[in-house]
Design a protein around this ligand. Structure first.
Ligand SMILES: *[C@@H]1O[C@H](CO)[C@@H](O)[C@H](O)[C@H]1NC(C)=O
Ligand SMILES: *[C@@H]1O[C@H](CO)[C@@H](O)[C@H](O)[C@H]1NC(C)=O
Length: 352
């Protein structure tokens, strides 16, 4: 059982129990954390006017809006809250941002929605149910069990999950904060036929993301011939959903996952299929938009430093998460940059 730290926790937990009693076959974990209410953020004067503002459907479908997709679950919700706050705080048109949250179909969507609403009463958002069972059968175990969570694969299904009127989305992981205006990232030009934009790392050893079995089988490794394939991190991506839908890239990703079920061609989770389908064909984004690896490696979560150059987004990818290290009183130096976005309501802040 989660520790009850306040009356409000108890209240939420009760709500969870009532809902889960009504739906007893569903396995859920309660959100045992309480969050502070974030302030309201206002558009500056020169923001594009959203046509049909106030009417949910039109706003949801607006091309003028910045669409952001994130996953939502009880394990990472503290990170998600910080990420949302950071996006709003650094945006000059925060009221033009629409958040699309993808939650597991077995999670308590009502409770997740209520938690978001009470923390961000003015947020434009939708919560979508992701049917984990469809992807579960395709998942092979990886080197880190957290990577095998079906929700980790939701990013491959955004084109189907989000309404078809949404044509472009910025996908963000939950272990990051922005310190710059997301509309700049969202406005990345995708050229004549690219589906994805993301920071590319051509100095990373691309070979190491796939097994010897993969490279020694020319039927498989031929996929990278004539492609200048470089590693990119799938935690921050600008996706043209129209092009994705037309090219049926979800199916291409699933085909690689099916191969992985038969022959082990990689060790990581949802990342390698993205590399297989897109590496070498993405639009490179400035590295400032994904200062990744701050969580350390996949095994120990050591402290890492920033890469040289400017910073628009800090990403604690890897095993160590700033909230866990702060709670354990063993923070890395850069975790201090995450802390100002932490909305967790501690027993000490409850009465203030
Ligand atoms: C790249 O990784 C592969 C496989 O892990 C390794 O065999 C190779 O030596 C590495 N190359 C460099 C330049 O480090
Ligand atoms: C190479 O991979 C293909 C596709 O998975 C498979 O059909 C074939 O048997 C593999 N070849 C070898 C030599 O393992």
């Amino acid at each position: 059982m989660p520790k009850l730290t306040s009356f409000f926790d108890f209240h939420l937990l009760l709500l969870f129990l009532v809902i889960s009693a009504a739906n007893a076959s569903v396995v859920t974990s309660p959100i045992s954390q309480r969050f502070k209410e974030a302030p309201q953020f206002y558009n500056s004067l020169n923001c594009p006017k959203i046509v049909g503002e106030g009417k949910d459907g039109l706003f949801l479908c607006s091309d003028e809006a910045v669409h952001v997709a994130m996953t939502l679950d009880s394990a990472y919700i503290r990170g998600s809250m910080a990420a949302i706050l950071s996006v709003l705080q650094h945006s000059s048109c925060p009221q033009n941002i629409v958040f699309h949250f993808v939650a597991s179909a077995t999670a308590n969507a009502l409770l997740l929605r209520a938690t978001i609403s009470s923390t961000f009463p003015y947020l434009n958002f939708q919560v979508y149910a992701f049917d984990d069972s469809s992807v579960s059968r395709l998942i092979s175990t990886s080197i880190r069990s957290a990577l095998d969570c079906p929700l980790n694969y939701a990013r491959s299904y955004l084109a189907n999950i989000l309404p078809s009127c949404v044509r472009r989305v910025v996908y963000l992981d939950s272990d990051l904060v922005l310190v710059d205006d997301i509309s700049k990232l969202s406005a990345t030009q995708l050229g004549d036929n690219s589906v994805l934009a993301a920071p590319e790392y051509c100095n990373a050893n691309f070979t190491s993301y796939f097994t010897l079995k993969f490279w020694s089988n020319s039927t498989l490794s031929l996929t990278f011939v004539n492609r200048k394939a470089c590693y990119f991190n799938t935690g921050v991506m600008v996706i043209d959903l129209d092009r994705w839908r037309h090219g049926d890239y979800t199916k291409k990703i699933e085909e690689w996952m099916e191969i992985q079920k038969r022959v082990r061609i990689y060790e990581l989770g949802s990342l390698p299929p993205f590399l297989l389908v897109f590496a070498g064909n993405i639009v490179p984004v400035d590295h400032r938009w994904n200062q990744h690896g701050l969580g350390g490696d996949n095994f120990r979560g050591l402290c890492r430093d920033l890469h040289p150059g400017p910073v628009s987004l800090l990403h604690w990818s890897g095993k160590g998460k700033p909230w866990a290290r702060l709670d354990a009183n063993r923070p890395c130096p850069l975790d201090a940059l995450w802390a100002p976005y932490d909305l967790l309501q501690t027993p000490y802040t409850l009465d203030s």
